[in-house]
Design a protein around this ligand. Structure first.
Ligand SMILES: *Cc1c(COP(=O)(O)O)cnc(C)c1O
Length: 458
């Protein structure tokens, strides 16, 4: 089948090289056609263009690999919300590092599957090394920390609740109103009672309110889920005080550091995470601050013994006699079966940049957020919600009502001029800029504000 060469082996790279040229050309041309942070024209127009480019999804006779790659990659690039564009700043949607994307290509070409050693000999060894090293970053000094690779914060939070349920039989989760929606879903999925939600009028979990809640729930097993990097405002719950309260009330502590966790790499900002290592489990995403293409999630556990409950056996993957004979048993490292070697791109990034290189990227994004906040404070027509802690800036035009704020965001999206998010805080709606692009310039930040001010008075 010369029309369908394979990616692996000694000859795979030769088959890949010309195809990569096609892909890279289509990425470049598609981005040039788009010429902005997202395609203009809104959802219907994008839908129309994609239909037109694609034609028959499954033609009777194929168009050949070059044509198919060129057409579809071009269509996706032309119609992308591109986080590498500095005006694409709505979500924790990271611009991936080129080297991580290159590593991900190798992961796809080799296609190890981490559900059994005989599908992933070196990849499983690499994953063990990297997860041990990252777990030690989160839990320095703990005797036996470990970490699982996940698809992201949602899966990590779900696993944390599952591990807690397995420890206690059942339990009540306590979160702040600032917590991620995935806790509610995880409780639902696991058949646990709905989380108890502590109000967070200042945007972070209030220790006094938490103390009262924990006292009111005394006598039942509890898991407090604190947040280090709230999705809406990038704020960090007061972890040391929350850890004290958990210790006093016998509650387990989970910290959802999906967003803020990589601040650990920054000498300047790691103090924001003081108290993180007092948690029993910690969620970290490297596809946010971390600049990995999705997916690159982690669940770190202070004590590897907590993971034993995930051990299941399937004779074709981890037969007892294979395990006794020394074949590593991987099935308990995830709830998934077939599993991509997402660890490769992370390992490459950690090695290439080192702690200082990653820390410098974190610092650059925190600086951008502070600069944007400075500009908002100086703009007479704009109001700042609060000084940023991580890389999120909430702001709004003075005097605008919530409907106007929402309309500004949709107008900029429809025109393809900027991708800003929205967040409710202090009872009002704000525009949200989540700055994850370390290469954004002061001029880019000014342009965000100019676009918002320009849309306000139309
Ligand atoms: C992004 C985020 C999540 C969800 O992570 P996914 O990787 O999207 O599944 C959970 N918690 C927080 C605080 C987040 O910012």
């Amino acid at each position: 089948m010369r029309a369908a060469p394979l990616a692996g082996g000694v000859h795979g790279p030769e088959a890949l090289r010309p195809l990569l040229d096609v892909v890279l050309g289509a990425l470049r041309d598609g981005a040039a056609v788009r010429d902005g942070p997202l395609p203009g024209g809104g959802a219907d127009e994008v839908d129309r263009r994609v239909r037109e480019a694609v034609g028959a999804v499954l033609p009777q006779h194929g168009t050949g690999q070059d044509e198919a790659l060129r057409t579809l990659v071009h269509a996706l690039a032309a119609g992308a919300a591109d986080p590498a564009h500095p005006l694409c700043a709505a979500h924790l949607h990271t611009p991936p590092l080129a080297l991580a994307v290159a590593a991900d290509l190798a992961a796809s070409a080799l296609n190890p599957s981490l559900d059994s050693w005989d599908q992933a000999p070196a990849a499983s060894a690499l994953e063990a090394l990297v997860t041990a090293a990252l777990a030690a970053e989160v839990f320095p000094g703990a005797p036996a920390p470990d970490a699982l690779v996940t698809t992201g914060g949602t899966e990590s939070n779900q696993l944390a609740l599952l591990l807690a349920r397995e420890r206690h039989g059942t339990l009540r989760t306590v979160t702040g109103a600032d917590a991620h929606h995935s806790f509610r879903r995880a409780a639902w999925l696991l058949g646990l009672p709905e989380p108890v939600v502590v109000p967070t009028p200042a945007g972070t979990l209030d220790p006094d309110a938490l103390a009262e809640t924990l006292a009111g729930l005394a006598g039942q097993p509890l898991l407090v889920a604190a947040t280090a990097g709230t999705t809406d405002a990038g704020l960090i719950d007061p972890l040391p005080r929350i850890a004290d309260l958990c210790a006093a009330h016998g509650a387990d502590l989970h910290v959802d550091a999906a967003y803020g966790g990589p601040a650990l790499f920054s000498a300047a900002h790691r103090h924001l995470l003081d108290g993180l290592d007092r948690a029993r489990t910690v969620t970290v995403d490297l596809h946010k601050l971390g600049w990995q293409p999705a997916a690159a999630g982690l669940l770190a556990v202070r004590d590897a013994a907590d993971l034993a409950v995930l051990g299941h056996t399937a004779d074709y993957l981890n037969a007892d006699d294979d395990t006794e004979a020394g074949l590593p048993d991987l099935l308990g490292r995830s709830l998934r079966t077939t599993r991509r070697p997402d660890v490769l791109k992370t390992a490459v990034t950690l090695r290439a940049l080192g702690r200082s290189g990653l820390g410098a990227l974190v610092d650059a994004c925190v600086d951008r957020a502070r600069q944007l906040a400075d500009l908002v404070e100086k703009a007479p027509g704009l109001e700042l919600y609060a000084r940023p802690v991580l890389t999120t800036v909430l702001f709004r035009p003075h005097g605008a009502d919530d409907a106007t704020v929402a309309e500004i965001r949709r107008t900029l999206l429809a025109e393809g001029r900027a991708v800003l998010g929205r967040a409710a805080a202090s009872g009002r709606l704000w525009l949200k800029a989540t700055l994850l692009n370390p290469h954004a310039t002061p001029g880019d930040l000014e342009e965000i504000l100019t676009l918002v001010e320009g849309s306000t008075h139309r």
